[in-house]
Design a protein around this ligand. Structure first.
Ligand SMILES: *Cc1c(COP(=O)(O)O)cnc(C)c1O
Length: 225
């Protein structure tokens, strides 16, 4: 008998459900390096983190072929910690942040892949671009002035509710925003990041190409650590 760890079992179960074109990002924030190593041992390579210094520490300790996704709100003064190695910054939520990433990326002579986080949830969470403001910035050619950013798509978080109609509506708004913005970018604009542990099947049904799953893989988070 091969004994499977809970992390390996969870990843296998999720993978069995994901259509081939949907990427799994394992959200490892707050969990220790050992948990990431367990996921890595079963072939998982995309991991999501939300704090820059924690992300840097894990990058330094773990295999270099891991693709690190920054998924949390990013303060401009913390960009420097992750810019040399981050694979995808999913949480670009303002022109000010995009422009600050441009400056840091230029310093490091690299082009950084990013997603535009759009606010759709009907609740407290304040993160994400207002769609109207974003589409105006795009129409005015804002991103053309940021050659060190490659905009790969859209990210969003649905309302935290049991009401499936509300969640579906949020995902449809994100899908609509993704489709509407796509013509303004080139064909590397290919990523619609939506869906978390409690809502990813619905997100996939609504067109997600990348799901961000934490607690269903790693268990509950302890933010005191
Ligand atoms: C924490 C987090 C997730 C993962 O949430 P789970 O419910 O644990 O799957 C996904 N996306 C973002 C932006 C997060 O901050």
């Amino acid at each position: 008998m091969i004994s499977e760890t809970p992390i390996a079992a969870a990843i296998a179960a999720i993978r069995a459900e994901l259509p081939e074109h949907v990427r799994l990002v394992a959200v490892s924030k707050t969990h220790p390096e050992e948990a990431i190593e367990e996921a890595y041992a079963c072939g998982q390579r995309h991991f999501g983190e939300s704090r820059p210094l924690e992300l840097k520490r894990k990058y330094e300790a773990l295999p270099k072929d891991i693709e690190w996704h920054m998924i949390g709100h990013l303060q401009t003064n913390k960009i420097k910690y992750i810019i040399p190695f981050v694979s995808l910054i999913e949480s670009v939520d303002s022109a000010r942040l995009a422009e600050a990433i441009e400056r840091e990326a230029a310093k490091h002579n690299r082009t950084v892949d990013v997603l535009l986080e759009i606010h759709v949830a009907q609740e407290e969470s304040k993160t994400g671009w207002d769609y109207g403001a974003l589409s105006k910035y795009v129409a005015e050619g804002g991103f053309r002035a940021l050659p060190h950013l490659r905009v790969r798509g859209v990210m969003g978080i649905a309302t935290n509710t049991e009401d499936e109609d509300v969640i579906r509506n949020d995902f449809e708004l994100l899908r609509g925003a993704y489709e509407a913005l796509k013509p303004a970018f080139d064909d590397t604009f290919d990523t619609l990041s939506m869906g978390m542990s409690d809502d990813y099947p619905l997100a996939i049904a609504c067109g997600s190409t990348s799901v961000r799953i934490g607690s269903r893989i790693f268990g509950l988070r302890d933010y005191s650590k």
